[in-house]
Design a binder for this molecule. Sequence first.
Ligand SMILES: Cc1cc2nc3c(=O)[nH]c(=O)nc-3n(C[C@H](O)[C@H](O)[C@H](O)COP(=O)(O)O)c2cc1C
Length: 275
Amino acid sequence: MDVRSISCVYFSPTGTTRRVAESVAAGIGSEGAAVFDCTKRTSRERVQGTFRDEVVILAAPVYYGRVPEPAVDCFTRLTASGTPAVLVAVYGNRAYDDALIELFDIAVARGFIPVAVGAFIGEHSYSTEALPMAPGRPDEEDLKMAREFGAAIRKKLTAIRSPEAVDPVKVPGNRPYIEPEGLHRLRRMRQNASVTPETDATLCTRCNKCIEACPQDAIDRVDVTITGKEECILCCACVKACPVGARRFTEPAFLPLLKKLEELCRERKEPEYYF
Ligand SMILES: Cc1cc2nc3c(=O)[nH]c(=O)nc-3n(C[C@H](O)[C@H](O)[C@H](O)COP(=O)(O)O)c2cc1C
């Protein structure tokens, strides 16, 4: 089949998923991709579309071993009609657990035909200088692999008559999906504590970059020290966007979890592809 156009739909609060998805798109073709950035709640609500004669990349980070709820919300607004899809999960070097298989199931339910699936590594949203987790990733080597993955997808597609002709992609994961224990633990903790990034008012310069970066509009526009506990999804977009390091987690009950997480993220993982 001809690869006539490429669309790229992603959710990416701290930008690593976006970078990987763009490299995969560049590897598939030089045509350039139509981009649907569904990171912000407002843009998510506007995303709608029926995809037909194109290749669609659906990309999301891994949260608690699964696809983040806002990305599920975005992807389930799409419909397709036998459209080839490339599924990309970007995780913070702990594990992607059932995120790939969940992405696969969402894509199939929307009418896509997954032709290739990849898991890539991005700097962990909770990574800091004191607790580094996959710092600097995706690095040059990761992005080269993402482009090579894209090139292999193009080769696969040009060699077949139609997406229906491809053998189903074998995706690692469990059905039913394993319960996201990390999410449950956090929800319990949040009943008694305000686990959101806090603003250190002595450092904050009121540049409002955190407000602009927040996908959920969770930070008060007048008083940036107020973060909506219900809205905040702990994506760390505000933490990474703050130029002076004024946004950070301070809840004492949360800090030991970050330390434990750092231990789980130490050994470098490499990208994986499935065709
Ligand atoms: C709430 C939350 C949960 C996460 N859960 C996982 C996880 O289960 N496994 C993992 O390896 N990384 C996990 N991460 C890290 C992200 O998957 C990783 O940093 C990713 O690169 C972030 O993508 P983004 O830059 O597009 O926002 C989590 C991050 C957040 C914010």
